[in-house]
Design a protein around this ligand. Sequence first.
Ligand code: SF4
Ligand code: SF4
Length: 93
Amino acid sequence: MAGVDAKLAVDRFVLDEEPHIRVVDHGVCASCESKPCVPVCPAGLYEWSESEGRMILSHEGCLECGACLLVCPHRNLDWSYPRGGFGVRYSYG
Ligand code: SF4
Ligand code: SF4
C-alpha cells in the first residue's frame, strides 16, 4: 500500500448512522454532465449508478474536507459536519 491509500489506512472513524452528507435530488445528478464530485472526493465515496439512475454516496469514510460541496455546480448536496463525537480522527495519521 502506498501514497494516499497508506495515509487513509491510518485514519480512524467513529461512524454516525445518520448521514451528514445527502444528495438533495438524484434527478439533478442525472443531468449533471461532469459529475465532479466523483473524481474530487479523495476517499472515493461517490459512485454514479447508471442502472439505478442515482448517485451512490457512502458517508462512511468521509474525510470532512468539503471538496464535494465546493465543486457541486448545482448546489445539490446537503452537507454538514458529523454530529459531535462522530466522524474522522486524524490523530493516528
Ligand atoms: S456534482 Fe452535485 S449535482 Fe453533480 S453529480 Fe455530484 S452531487 Fe450531483
Ligand atoms: S467531504 Fe471530502 S471526503 Fe467527504 S464526501 Fe466530500 S469530498 Fe469526499
